[in-house]
Design a protein around this ligand. Structure first.
Ligand code: SF4
Length: 458
C-alpha cells in the first residue's frame, strides 16, 4: 500500500490525499510516493511501538508553501521507539496548547497534519504558526458546507500562506446515496449514513497517509460525549499509514481549554474567523446540519438538532465517547448490571413500573411530575446526577414532584414504546392537566434549564 500521493498524481481516489496545490500551481512540488513496506509494522495498546521514520522529505518538497522548511534529515532513518502516550498525556495535561502543538510537530514532522473544520479550530493553525515549525493542514470538503466556510478557507490560506489539503467524498458513493435517498435523507433516518460517506471515509483516507493528526476537540464542546479527551492518545478508531490498531496518534492540544479562552486567543492574535460566528453559529459543520444557537444554548445544540444527544458525533471522534463501566457506550445490550444506584435523595421519588404506569393513566394530576428515565451505569446520567438532585431539593415543597425511573434492562422496551425513551437519560414532564408526557428536548441539563422547563409547562 503506497502512501497517498505520488509524484504524478493529482487526482483524488480511494487512497490518495488530495493536493489542491498541484492543480493551482503546476510547478508546485509533489510529495513522493512512499511505501508501507518501508516501515516497521506497528502494534499497539496504550504503549505504542512506533516506527520512527525521519521523513526523507525536505520542506521545500511540500505543496504547502509555509511548510516548505521542514527540518527533517534528508536521510531516511529507521528506528523503533517505544512511546507510552498515556504517560505522555499525563505529563502534558497541564501544558499549554502551544507546548502540546510544539511537541506534536516536533515528534511527527511531515507525517502529522492539523484537521481543520473551518470553525474556531483555526486556533490550531495559529498555534502551529507560533511554534515556528512547518506544518500541514487538511480539511474535509463534504460538498455541503456553507458559502461562508469556503470563503473562510480561502482567507485562512491567504493569511497563513498555506494550501489546505482538501479531502473530498467518493463521487460514486455520494451519487448512490443521493439517487436512492434524496438530498436530505439525514433528516429522516439520521445523519450517520451521510456523514459516513461525506466525512468519515474521506477522513479515513486522509489519515492513512499520516502517522498522527491534530484536532480541535475540547472537553467543554459536548459534556456528554467529549468529557474524557486526553491531550494526546493512540487513536482509538482510525489507522495511520503503518496500518493496524495503534498506528495513528491523535493530538488534542485544546482539550482542556474552554471555548471562551479560544475566542480570547483568536481575538488577541487577530486571526481570521468564519463570518458565520457573527450570525450566532458556534459549532460549524455542513449547512443543512448546522444552525445558529441562542445565547445560553450549548454549542452542540446547533448540530443535528433533530437527533438525541448521544447520536451527535459524526463518527470523526467516536472513540472519545465516554464508556460506562461495562465498556459499552450506553446501550448495555439489555442487561442490568449490578452497579450503585444514582439520583439518591430524600426529595426524589423512586417510581416502580406500576408507579409510572399509574402516572401515565392520570388525566388530572394533583401536581406536575418531572421524571428522569435513567440507567445507573450510563455516564450521561451520572453527569447530570448532581443537577437533578439539586433540582429535587429546589422544588421540594413547591408543588412539583421530582422522580426517577430506572429504564434499562427489562424495562427498556416498555420505556421505548410507552415513554419516548431514545437514549439515556430521557427526561419527561407530566403536566397537571395532560396525560401525555412532554419530553425535555435539550442537552442542557443544569438546574436553571430544567427549572425553566418545569415552570413553563407545569
Ligand atoms: Fe451529511 Fe449533514 Fe453529515 Fe454533512 S453533517 S455529512 S450534510 S449528515
Amino acid at each position: 500500500m503506497a502512501l497517498a500521493v505520488t509524484s504524478s498524481s493529482t487526482a483524488i481516489s480511494g487512497t490518495s490525499f488530495s493536493r489542491l496545490g498541484s492543480s493551482i500551481d503546476p510547478k508546485a512540488p509533489q510529495i513522493r510516493s512512499l511505501r508501507l513496506s518501508d516501515r516497521t509494522h506497528v502494534a499497539a495498546s496504550s504503549v505504542v511501538h512506533m516506527s520512527q521514520r525521519r521523513s526523507s522529505l525536505k520542506r521545500s518538497e511540500s505543496v504547502v508553501p509555509r511548510a516548505a522548511t521542514i527540518s527533517a534529515s534528508p536521510e531516511v532513518e529507521e528506528k523503533v521507539a517505544v512511546e507510552d502516550f498515556g504517560q505522555l498525556a499525563k505529563e502534558l495535561n497541564n501544558a499549554s496548547p502551544l507546548e502540546i502543538m510544539d511537541k506534536a510537530l516536533e515528534k511527527f514532522g511531515n507525517d502529522i497534519a492539523i484537521a481543520f473544520s473551518g470553525a474556531e479550530d483555526v486556533a490550531l493553525i495559529e498555534y502551529a504558526r507560533l511554534t515556528g515549525r512547518p506544518f500541514r493542514v487538511f480539511s474535509l470538503d463534504t460538498g455541503r458546507l456553507n458559502p461562508e466556510t469556503y470563503r473562510f478557507f480561502d482567507a485562512v490560506e491567504k493569511h497563513y500562506g498555506i494550501r489546505i489539503e482538501y479531502m473530498f467524498p467518493d463521487a460514486v458513493e455520494v451519487q448512490g446515496l443521493v439517487r436512492s435517498k434524496g438530498l436530505f435523507s439525514f433528516y429522516e433516518d439520521g445523519h450517520q449514513e451521510c456523514c459516513r460517506v461525506r466525512k468519515v471515509r474521506p477522513l479515513r483516507r486522509a489519515l492513512k497517509g499520516l502517522r498522527a493528526w491534530i484536532t480541535g476537540q475540547r472537553k467543554d464542546q459536548s459534556p456528554g460525549t467529549r468529557s474524557e479527551i486526553p491531550v494526546v492518545q493512540v487513536d482509538p478508531v482510525f489507522e495511520g499509514m503503518d496500518g493496524g490498531i495503534g498506528s495513528l496518534v491523535k493530538w488534542n492540544p485544546v482539550a482542556n481549554v474552554d471555548g471562551g479562552d479560544v475566542w480570547n486567543f483568536l481575538r488577541t492574535m487577530d486571526v481570521p474567523v468564519n463570518s458565520l460566528h457573527a450570525q450566532g453559529y458556534v459549532s460549524i459543520g455542513c449547512e443543512p446540519c448546522t444552525r445558529a444557537v441562542l445565547p445560553g444554548q450549548h454549542e452542540r445544540e446547533g448540530r443535528w438538532w433533530w437527533e438525541d444527544a448521544k447520536a451527535k458525533e459524526c463518527g470523526l471522534h467516536k472513540g472519545n465517547i465516554k464508556e460506562n463501566v461495562n465498556g459499552d457506550s450506553g446501550d448495555n445490550h439489555g442487561k442490568s448490571p449490578v452497579v450503585e444506584d444514582i439520583f439518591e435523595s430524600k426529595n426524589l421519588v423512586t417510581l416502580s413500573r406500576a408507579g409510572i404506569e399509574n402516572l401515565m393513566k392520570l388525566e388530572n394530576r394533583k401536581e406536575p411530575w418531572i421524571v428522569v428515565l435513567y440507567a445507573p451505569w450510563c455516564p450521561f446520567c451520572q453527569a447530570m446526577e448532581e443537577s437533578y438532585v439539586e433540582l429535587a431539593e429546589k422544588l421540594a415543597g413547591k408543588g412539583v414532584k421530582v422522580a426517577k425511573f430506572r429504564a434499562d434492562g427489562d424495562q427498556k422496551e416498555f420505556a421505548k414504546k410507552e415513554l419516548q425513551l431514545g437514549s439515556f437519560p430521557t427526561i419527561l414532564l407530566f403536566p397537571k392537566s395532560a396525560s401525555k408526557p412532554i419530553k425535555y428536548p435539550s442537552e442542557k441539563r443544569d438546574v436553571d434549564a430544567l427549572t425553566s422547563f418545569v415552570n413553563l409547562l407545569r
